[in-house]
Write a protein that binds this ligand. Structure first.
Ligand code: ZN
Length: 341
């Protein structure tokens, strides 16, 4: 369904379609380390090594002097950042596949500004943390809950993903060694970074705000469609309000295109409306005795969001949100295997 609905993917080869679809299934399942989706939804691949077939050509954007973003071409346009300073480099998130992490690393080495001193993980999901093992000499910074989750379940989820995704064979779990609970600053060279919790997508999500240039790396707290199936709507709303209060000039979303200040105001308003809309619509349907299928019939566009971003993956995020809300309202506790983004 993901593939068929995607206008971009419809124009590329069948093999690439399959590669992308498999990557989405596998990585999202691997990312789902909490609650009902915890690794239960991984499906065996029917053929081998598809994920190593494609050459990577990541998009790189320069968003300020010595600050760059990288956007994965292999999985759901997940983003990562590089901040170059005379005293070394800071990396924000490390991409899902080592081939792409190495591409980012090669760029850093070409700049000649020294080694990577710090890696910041915006949350524990594998599409943001898999590449961290390629920075063995860097300190890894994250929220305390990110470290705890990776210690508790990182190895198990990675083992599941590795069995089915050859492109992850060499990945090892790198646990953050510097953590914080509320806020923290990181200073390197002339750069000061403000790290603050932005929970809602998951409980350990953080944002990284760069003083001066007012650039916010928002992780998955900011997505084209909010994804709250592993978190909750209320904290996600508060995090969107926190992002707005920071008044960034540029926001790098966890997946997809960056947003400039004017776009951000519109996008936050739209996301707040969307969250309120799905909650109200699911509640209204359940009051009328509606079924799960009825709830899944709530159209993403009826809640003000486009079905196009992330090559159509947003529709899977929307579906996952609806299923999670349905389960929450009916008191469902048991995991169901099909619940994969
Ligand atoms: Zn993500």
């Amino acid at each position: 369904m993901l593939v068929a609905d995607s206008p971009l993917l419809a124009s590329v080869s069948c093999q690439l379609l399959l590669t992308f679809a498999l990557a989405c299934v596998i990585l999202c399942a691997a990312a789902a380390g909490v609650g009902r989706a915890a690794g239960a939804s991984l499906r065996p691949l029917s053929s081998n090594n598809l994920l190593t077939w494609k050459q990577t050509h990541m998009r790189r954007d320069r968003v300020a002097e010595d600050i760059y973003t990288f956007t994965s071409d292999l999985y759901a346009k997940v983003t990562a950042g590089v901040i170059l300073t005379p005293e070394g480099t800071i990396v924000i998130d490390t991409l899902p596949f080592p081939s792409e992490t190495r591409e980012m690393l090669a760029f850093v080495e070409q700049q000649g500004t020294g080694t990577v001193r710090y890696v910041i993980n915006t949350h524990y999901h594998s599409d943001h943390t898999n590449g961290t093992f390629l920075f063995p000499d860097a300190d890894v910074i994250a929220h305390r809950r990110c470290r705890e989750t990776l210690i508790e379940s990182g190895e198990q989820r990675l083992a599941e993903a590795r069995k089915q995704t050859p492109g992850l064979g060499e990945v090892t779990v790198r646990v953050p060694n510097i953590t914080f609970e509320r806020d923290m600053y990181v200073h390197l060279g002339e750069r000061s970074l403000f790290l603050t919790p932005l929970p809602g997508h998951t409980g350990d999500c953080i944002g990284v705000f760069i003083d001066g240039d007012k650039i916010l790396f928002a992780g998955d707290a900011m997505l084209p469609v909010p994804h709250v199936a592993w978190g909750d709507i209320e904290t996600s709303v508060r995090s969107l309000q926190t992002i707005r209060a920071l008044k960034p000039d540029t926001v790098i979303q966890g997946h997809g295109q960056l947003l400039l200040r004017g776009e951000l105001a519109i996008e936050i308003e739209s996301s707040l409306k969307y969250l309120n809309c799905i909650k109200e619509k699911v509640q209204q349907l359940l009051h009328k005795g509606a079924s799960e299928a009825d709830v899944l019939g709530i159209d993403i566009e009826a809640c003000g969001k486009s079905r196009v971003p992330l090559d159509g993956l947003v529709q899977q995020l929307h579906r996952h949100n609806l299923l999670a809300l349905y389960d929450r309202f009916v008191g469902e506790q048991e995991p169901r295997e099909e619940r994969v983004v």
